[in-house]
Design a protein around this ligand. Sequence first.
Ligand code: AHR
Length: 313
Amino acid sequence: LLLFIGGCANSPAPEDEPGNIVVGFSQSGTESNWRKRHTESIREELAKEGYEVLYRNGFMNQDRQIQDMRTFIAYKVDMIVFTPLVEDGWDAVLAEAKDAGIPVIVVDRHIRTAEENLYLTHIGPSFKAEGNRAGLYITNHFQNSSQSSVKILEMKGLANTSPTNFRSEGFLEVISRDSRISIEASLQGDYIRSKAKDVFRKYIEENGWEDIDVLYSHNDEMTLGMLEVMEANGIVPGQDILIVTIDGQAEMIENLRAGKVNCVVECNPNAGWYVRNTIKRYLNGNTIPNEIYMPETVFSDKGNLDSIPPREY
Ligand code: AHR
């Protein structure tokens, strides 16, 4: 097992063989195909390196995830890879890992801690850039339109999570440049298809369709649920309502090609290589940056739909 002395840049003894390295991987849940791919990507890449991976699924329950991490600490793993469900509430368990000399890599969502240096690094997407990109598609789309007002329905992901906060913030930052564009309603679908479908259906029953020119949805699973509600009510998605969604699951790319959605802002689930590379560099004594961003792009009906790379999720 490795020696980790408090700070982020400290490195373990180089004589450790990859085969001896045990990584505890705590995933937040399985709420989406995106998340399933995210898990596979990390497990596949760590296995390629010959690391032994102890995997635990938190099933979208923070207490359970904390318990999983305590199990890893008790087992004296060499490294913890941790995909947090929410932003806050991790200080105690991270301090326990630090006291035990176990470095922690936070992947995907960000966390907020009172104390600094409780984890080695964060690896993930720029959720704010995703929000910016979604906003840009909409402002560009209406740039030359004579429409005097553009009303948006936003379907948000889970509260107290960095993708939800940053996707809203980045989006608002861009749409506020055009005074005709505003968010008419923000609903909460927790990144879950069935929840978004129910919440949206209730909203429509109470408010009707008049005030929705655009749907901005924080993930594809929720969009899929909302497409069902639209189609059941005779609304033509992608035409009657402009649809911008985040993730880029295979099913959503098909919908984009079919004209049912207009813009898919990619959220890259393939974190595995970055996690593997970071662990390897750390074990080899390299200094690890505090933040490692993964590349992402945008697919839209204004781009080249024929050049979208095949999706594994
Ligand atoms: O944290 C990333 C988000 O979580 C993805 O956009 C979403 O699909 C998942 O549930």
